[in-house]
Structure formats: structure tokens, C-alpha cells
Design a protein around this ligand. Sequence first.
Ligand code: GLV
Ligand code: MN
Ligand code: MN
Length: 414
Amino acid sequence: MTQAFSSLRINSDRLLDAFNQLALIGATADSGVDRPSLSEAHLAARKWLHEHIEASGFEFRTDGAGNHSAVLPCDEPSAPTLILGSHLDSVPNGGRFDGALGVMAALEVLKTLRENRINLKVQIEAMDFTDEEGTLVGLLGSAALAGHLSKENLEKPRGGRERLVEGMMRAGLTEAGMLSAARKPETLAGYLELHIEQGKRLEKSGTDIGIVTAIVGIWSYKLTFLGKADHAGSTAMEDRRDASLGASAFTLAAREMVMRDFPNCVVNVGKMEFAPGAFNIVPAQVDVSLEFRSPDAAEFERLNQALLNLAGEQAVRFGLGLQTEFFGKHAPSLMDTDVRGAFANACDELGLSHMPLPSGAGHDGQSLADLCPVGMIFVPSVDGASHSPREFTKWEDCVNGANVLLQAALRLGM
Ligand code: GLV
Ligand code: MN
Ligand code: MN
């Protein structure tokens, strides 16, 4: 790497200005953002990005899945593309760094390369992937780009079919478009992403950058416990078939089982919906939104069976019926060793400490990992907070991450 390249740095003020403008869209009173996928606020953020890309003089590109990107072409039109990116959608009442930092840093890398007239051997594309967070499908845009999206994923999205269809209509997207957004692997040189850690490991160890080793897989289900609606005052306790008991007992037992038997995994019940849902009616039905994660494909099968058995046992225990609806899986994936090496090298060049870390959060890179070399870096999250308005990363750390992204792109693209 020549001196001219290794001394290149992103423009921190310009990145901060763009990041702050974006954070105003869907902003909440407590400094977070509420931009669930394809909501009005998310569409406003996408429109802002589109305009920002064009105002910055880049070619704007979109595809059938609604992924938005800025392209910095190289001299060789047939050269493959190195994608840098993340996502602009948020969880409900989320933070302003998750996804947004990665998209804006990717665009800032393109601006820096262009103003320094760096001509790499690859096209570089700064990408905002559609629906990363899973309020609709999850990793939707990246799965479509990777060619992994199936009709079934769209028919049974975990956020509900109605919400998906409404969102797609608002965004002007179609199923046929979604299913035809795949790119050929030979057109891809790789995928790099900067993200906040969303945990405390970097902060606790005083490390500047986490170099991701692997991204966990995620499986999700709706479990429906079925009982019988009855009068909450006049029905004896022993006569009730109360669906809430199965749902609650399952949630507690799942936690105990995972902590005891699956120490590498996590389980979450993120939502319960009661029907009919009133103070004075014994719940006839409880829908449980269940998600579990593992870094290991084989372990998933065992955990899946164990959780389903547990749900069955709790249903029997309280005289309930049980229905299960599977919402699909995102596979765990290993990050590319050459990309990890490029990140480590870039950190060393910049004088930044680094450590290898697995990712417990899902990311778009896992959709692309079987197509092209994929790598991610993390910057420290204050107090590990994420998926919350408390999410915060010091600006100096964001800038460090963007510079590592730039230097790694130079190393991989030269
Ligand atoms: C996405 O952030 C996820 O891991 O749920
Ligand atoms: Mn994210
Ligand atoms: Mn997230």
C-alpha cells in the first residue's frame, strides 16, 4: 500500500452532517428513531438518501427489492463490484446508529475515494438494504440480491402478510420485482459492513474495533397456545384452560433450558398477543413470537426440537392445544479470512486496537456470505445498548470505523 493511499482519511465533519440529517427522519423525543421497514418514516429516510446520493453527484441505483445504492464506477466496466453498506430501517423505537452508521459511512468512503481520484480495480457501491431488521421479513433486500428469497418468504413473513403487502404498495415494490433482484456471484467482489457492536465487549476491554468472525443464524416461529374463554370471576381455578399459562410457563422454561443446555445460544419471546384480551375473560388464545439464535447450524436442529418439545409439554400441562407456524431461518455464517485480514491490517495502519468477535445480531452479510467474500467490523456501543433509544457510539469511534472501512476497501479493491 503506497503512502498516498495509506494516509487517506474520511471527512469526519461531512459524515457527521449527513448522519445527523438522517437521524432527524423518524426521530423520537428520546433521541432514538422509529423507522420500521417501509413505514412512512422509513420511506422518508430512503427518499432523503436518494436525493443525497444524487446531490452528491453519484449514480443512484435501485433494484426490484428496493435496495438503494450509490455507485462509484471504475475504468473497467466489466469489473466486479465491492459493496459497502447496511440499512436505514430500524426496529420500533430503535436507536439512530444501528444500520444508519454503516450506510452513511459507506457513502462517505465513496465520496473520499472520488475526491481523491482513486481508481480501484472494482466498482464500489454504497448500499442501503431493504428491511434488514425483520419487522417485515428480515434481511429481505440482501436475501433478494443474493438470490435466496423465495415466494414462501413473502407469503409468510414474520411481521405479517398484510403489513408486508401494505409496505410494498407504499414503496411501489412488487413480489415479482423482489424475486428478480438477484445478482450473479461473478459480479460481486465482496461485501463489507461497519456496524455498532450492540454489546459491551469492546467497551469493557477498551478495544477500538471488533473484527467479526461469524454472524449468528436466526430462526423464528409463532406458537399459538389454545385454551377456552371463560368468566374470570365465576370459573374455578382448576376448571380453567388458560392459554396464558402455557405461554408464560413455556417462556420461563425456555430460558432455563437454553441457559442450561445451549450455552452458545439465545432465545427470546418478543411479543405475546392475548385473545379475546380483557381483564375479565380467561385467555382463550395466546400467540407467542419466538426467536432463537445460534452460531452453529447443527446446534439449531437440536435447539429447535428441544423448544418445540417444551412448548408441547407446557400445552399438555395446562390442558391446551398448540399450533406452530414457522417463519423461516437465516443461516449462521463465517466471515471471510482475507477480508478479516484486510480489516486487521487497516486497524494496524491506523493505530487502532482490534479483537475478533462473533456477532449475536443478524446482519445482511449473512445473506451474501455464500456468494462472495464478506466481512464486518464493529465499533463500541456505550453500555452495550441497542434496539433502544439509549443506543450510542462516541463520534470518534464512528470515525475510526469509517476509516477502517475505507482502508479495507482500498486494500481489497486495489
Ligand atoms: C437485527 O438487528 C437483529 O439481529 O435482530
Ligand atoms: Mn443493524
Ligand atoms: Mn438491528
